[in-house]
Design a binder for this molecule. Structure first.
Ligand code: B3K
Ligand code: ZN
Length: 878
């Protein structure tokens, strides 16, 4: 497979002004008739051939301006079609045949639970018809869908329906017209026996928009939350960005087989059913929040992605980073802002940092790829969002809004670049963002080493910062970045933020300093008392920051920092220091001793309960095994697991009564039994009491076990049921978990999204039988390798979250994963390539495991590989 390079970008030789499609649906032989109205691009030249992408298409007819082409007037290849000579303006007709039922890659037109649906981003449209399948070709579309009136009563595409009618042989058709020019990746078609839930939204300017969510009949009761979320998102985008919806109809469709979360097709968003359906008895609080954020994310793309799109796929973060930032702000405004930030950062530092440190590390704007499908990554999405967040903080709220207004107005209907976006921000703020642009081009996580010194005599605090970005594949040398560091100095006597004076300028008590050099010194004057610095508040930049904090400093910040995020982070740092000692003790075979400072810190948190309950729940949660692993030079999975378990049990033994009290106080059943609602208040109480319960279960406290069993049996909502079932299943008390698992599995056998949770609960169990369970469950009738949700729930969860069992020393975990990758490579390359991730991290482990992991990668490499899997495996073994 060949790499595509950003530096090779050329505008297309011809552009499509209008696209007319007719689909005659059939599972084995769908006919697609396409008329393209084309004209030479201003930068094209007379004599340029017309090149269209196309994969797996059987060409049945081709004509130029109505004249059928002779075989020597065009050429077909594996990747497309070339028409050798074309005039300046013309139309081209083609007819192809495709087989949706045979499409297991779930790209292009495929079938899911009997219905037809499409996924075209990034390069799926070329599996539907011959087309210049690149985002900088934007056309208006007219789409006629012909289907069986009985099997496919509902026929949907982008835009507005303009005509419908009956046809012979029980067929019928609907024609859709999308007036907004769009690239092919935003095309969508859905056909099947679907039912709808309908609502309306009145825009700021008073237009009424019809909102529809289309689902299979049995899911009609699971759309309320998505609909409410959609309406909130529409109102938020008007308020926060001045963006209104631009069609009379907005549709969401739930599909069971889907590679990603959802897709922002113009006017017809297609969703993985897991990202849209909710019900108190089938979805957890986390799932409710995920649905809200994904519905918002896809809706926000209507402007950041659809109206203004990407010139080429290297600019993917232009739409994804910006849209993730937008959905994060929306969720923060709708729920608890500090908790949203803690959750996002906690995930980011675990998963994106690992990606940035591994063999597939790439910049937010990559400069080459083999398979763009491999670049829908945490770096493009989440790091891209962090970069936009830094921009927003740098230019300030007002200028950011002016800059985004400018961006949407200036580039409406165009396909643009990241420079275009940043230029609007520079123009609106007057700031020079030249150095800042390096964030888009340099891969790797910058590391900041910070040192501070307080001079009592002069009342000065000297802060020295040194930045360094480690080498990443293809980028040995890095330049210094422009890093905004938000900070405060917390007085050790007063416990308050001290006023900041830097270079004679007073900055308030919370300020942003700009690190631009490799090393830089900041001298704060008029510092009345010795401070502990609170650095990188709110995670003001996606970096690793080291500061030689003592445990007392961290306990002090945990109690006193005015920045909620950094209070939480101080607790995490304190726990990590204790964990470090215990990991070392475990490795050296020395007796483990619990750090009393951690116990004291937790005791104060539990006693004071000053924080909002949701934040408190986060503060009481120990760093995950994955995050602890990120901090270690060499990952010792067993030592990490043992150390974390030890701390958890130590805290549980010391604070048992506090946890019991917190559980009882916050268990809604005990306080009148409100009906379930995914409100911030209820979610906060549930997470707090469930954290408390997890401590009680860590020591298998008899009363705790009783509470978990009651919580499971009460069957009040999925959050509580799933949590209780997980704790029981992860305990040693199989006599309780086995009947519970059986009952749950039988009760929900008909609901695939609940069965996914049932799979995940079992395969994350720390007991040594976990891998056998994975194999056993793969035979379960609810499992299918063809369904991405099932694969993720069973195999992805095991490999990604059950660290002790996946990394078994006999290599059985690695072998299982490689077997799955090899099978999926044939069925669904995009999913296969994603599944390999844990194996690509071999360099972080001991030599024995390294050898076992590499051997499995080699075994995969020996297969006939899809470009997706090939690219990842080559990088992993490079
Ligand atoms: N834009 C889609 C990505 C789908 C790509 C799959 N190969 C989802 C999203 O970010 O909204
Ligand atoms: Zn997106």
């Amino acid at each position: 497979p060949q790499a595509t390079h950003l530096s090779d970008y050329r505008p297309p030789a011809y552009r499509v002004t209008r696209t007319e499609l007719t689909f005659d649906l059939d599972p084995a032989a769908t006919r697609v008739k396409t008329r393209l109205h084309l004209e030479r691009h201003p930068e094209g030249e007379a004599g340029d051939p017309l090149q269209l992408h196309g994969e797996g298409l059987a060409l049945k007819a081709i004509a130029l301006d109505g004249e059928p082409l002779d075989a020597d007037e065009y050429a077909l290849s594996e990747n497309g079609l070339t028409v050798h000579r074309v005039p300046e303006r013309f139309h081209l007709d083609t007819e192809v045949e495709i087989a949706p039922e045979a499409n297991t890659a779930l790209e292009g037109l495929y079938q899911s639970s009997g219905m037809y649906c499409t996924q075209c981003e990034a390069e799926g449209f070329r599996r539907i018809t011959f087309y210049p399948d690149r985002p900088d070709v934007m056309a208006t579309f007219s789409t006629t869908v012909i289907g069986d009136a009985g099997r496919e009563p509902v026929l949907l595409s982008n835009g507005n329906p303009v005509e419908r009618g009956e046809l012979p042989n029980g067929r019928h058709f609907v024609t859709w017209e999308d007036p907004h020019p769009k690239p092919s990746y935003l095309f969508a078609l859905v056909a099947g026996d679907l039912k709808k839930v309908e609502d309306t939204f009145t825009t700021l300017s008073g237009r009424e928009v019809t909102l529809q969510i289309w689902v299979e009949e049995e899911n009609l009761g699971k759309t309320d939350h998505a609909m409410a979320s959609l309406k909130r998102a529409m109102a938020w985008d008007e308020e926060a960005y001045g963006r209104e919806y631009d069609l009379d109809l907005f549709m969401i469709v739930a599909v069971n087989d889907f590679n990603m979360g959802a897709m922002e097709n113009k006017g017809l968003n297609i969703f993985n059913s897991a990202a849209v359906l909710t019900h108190p008895h089938t979805a957890t609080d986390a799932a409710f929040q995920r649905v809200e954020s994904i519905v918002a994310h896809e809706y926000f793309h209507n402007w950041s992605g659809n109206r203004v799109t990407c010139r080429d796929w290297f600019q993917l973060s232009l739409k994804e980073g910006f849209t993730v930032f937008r959905d994060q702000c929306f969720s923060a405004d709708t729920n608890s802002a500090p908790v949203k930030r803690i959750e996002d950062v906690s995930f980011f530092r675990t998963a994106q940092f690992a990606e940035d440190a591994g063999p597939t590390a790439h910049p937010v704007r990559p400069d080459h790829y083999i398979e763009i499908g491999n670049f829908y990554t945490l770096t493009i999405y989440e790091k891209g969002a962090e970069v936009v967040r830094m921009l927003a903080n740098l230019v300030g709220e007002a200028a950011f809004r002016c800059g985004s207004d400018l961006y949407f107005e200036r580039f409406d209907g165009q396909a643009v670049t990241i420079e275009d976006f940043v230029a609007c921000m520079a123009e609106a703020s007057g700031l020079d963002l030249t150095q800042f642009m390096r964030w888009y081009d340099q891969a790797g996580t910058p590391e900041i080493d910070a040192f501070g010194e307080y001079d009592y005599a002069r009342g000065e605090y000297r802060l020295r910062l040194a930045q360094r970005t480690p080498a990443t594949p293809g980028q040995p040398d890095k330049l210094p970045l422009h890093i905004p560091v938000r900070l405060g100095l917390v007085g050790t006597k007063s416990g308050r933020d001290l006023p900041l004076t830097l270079d004679g300028e007073t900055l308030g008590t919370d300020a942003v300093i700009h690190l631009r050099e490799a090393e830089q010194e900041f001298l704060f004057t008029d510092v009345a008392e010795a401070p502990v610095p609170s650095l990188l508040r709110g995670f003001s930049a996606p970096v690793k920051l080291r500061f030689p904090y003592g445990r007392e400093d961290l306990a002090f910040l945990l109690a006193n920092d005015s920045d909620g995020f950094n209070r939480w982070d101080a607790g995490q740092r304190l726990a990590l220091l204790a964990l470090d000692d215990l990991i070392a003790a475990h490795r050296n075979g020395v007796e483990k001793v619990m750090d009393t400072r951690v116990v004291d810190a937790f005791r104060s948190l539990l006693a004071a309960e000053t924080d909002d309950k949701a934040v408190l729940a986060e503060m009481l949660t120990l760093p995950s095994e994955a995050y602890i692993a990120e901090q270690q030079p060499l990952v010792d999975v067993d030592a990490i697991h043992a150390a974390r378990t030890f701390v958890k049990q130590g805290l549980a033994m010391a604070l048992r009564d506090d946890f019991l009290r917190v559980y009882r106080e916050n268990h809604l059943e005990h306080s009148g039994g409100e009906p379930y609602a995914p409100t911030p208040e209820q979610i906060a109480r549930r997470s707090l009491k469930n954290v408390a319960l997890s401590y009680l279960m860590a020591i298998e406290d008899e009363e705790g076990i009783e509470l978990a069993r009651e919580q499971f049996a009460a069957d009040h909502n999925m959050t509580d049921v799933r949590h209780a079932l997980t704790l029981l299943t992860h305990s040693s008390r199989d006599e309780f978990s086995e009947p519970a698992l059986r009952a749950f599995g039988e009760k929900w056998a008909h609901d695939p999204l609940v069965m996914d949770q049932w799979f995940a609960i079992q395969v994350t169990r720390p007991q040594p039988d976990a891998l056998d369970r994975v194999k056993f469950l793969m035979e379960h009738p609810a499992f299918s390798l063809k369904n991405p949700n099932r694969v993720r729930a069973l195999i992805g969860t095991f490999a990604g979250q059950n660290r002790v069992n996946f990394h078994r020393l006999d290599g059985a975990g690695y072998r299982l994963l490689a077997d799955m990758v090899i099978e999926l490579n044939r069925l669904n390359p995009e999913i296969a390539a994603r599944l390999i991730t844990p194996l690509t991290r071999w360099a972080r482990f001991d030599e024995t495991r390294q050898a076992l992991m590499k051997a499995e990668l080699e075994r995969i490499r020996a297969e006939k590989l899809s470009p997706n899997v090939y690219e990842v495996v080559e990088k992993a073994l490079a």
